[in-house]
Design a protein around this ligand. Sequence first.
Ligand SMILES: [Zn+2]
Length: 282
Amino acid sequence: MYFACPYIMWLMWLDTHCHLSAPEFAGDCDAVWHAALDAGVRGILLPSVSLRDCGQVARLVGQIPGAMPAYGIHPFFVTEVGEEGAALAALTEWLEKNPPVAVGEIGLDGTKKENWPQQERFFLAQLKLARKFDLPVVLHVRGAIDAVLRGLRQIRVKGGIAHAFNGSREQAEAFLKLGFKLGFGGSLTYPGSRRIRALAVDLPLEAIVLETDAPDIPPVWLRQTGQAGEKPRNTPAELPRIGKVLAELRGMDVETLACQTSANARAVLRVLQAAIGLADSN
Ligand SMILES: [Zn+2]
């Protein structure tokens, strides 16, 4: 039985992971968001990656109806923080003054082993901040799913989203048990992404949220139209088409999929509702 969608008259999509504050969008952020709105995207979660990015995300949230902030330090950026205690104190103060919908993007990246101890220190410290402020977390788990799960068992938070999930069914179940939803995006549009596709079809729909991770992880149709050697830019307007691919893979109607995945996002990020109202009235 599926969630009864109050938005059935206008198909509503939520992009639960989009870096609109990235340099790739510096010149046309407003146009990018309006294109997403035109495509039916009514909510967009903007995770930050560094202390500096927290300010940029906050500025965008003030300008874009339906945008919601997550504040945190990404594992790629922990090497740039300077004195660690001061950086964590600054993040704590920022979270006190600027309540987000989640702490993120935080986590671990197994492809960057050179700064692993520092990644772990920041991941655990930011989980403690999420506890302190009673917030969910938006997780980066690439190549480090079991290590992230260990951290979550050590410091319990109120759930959240494991973004760009690419693990096993067992690992997926472990996240679900801890109160998380799993983020799927452009990767599932690739016919060769067999494991991600199989998981996105097999998991209960209640486990899934959709994301673009724009400007990264372009769906297959953007790769096909890009110039040779040029990295295509993903945008949040692609989310509905990504959702349509998932609906086809699951053999279900796209309206139900849009409504349920959006409801799933709201279930873990409860304050989304207010932001959705903003986008709707625009
Ligand atoms: Zn991200």
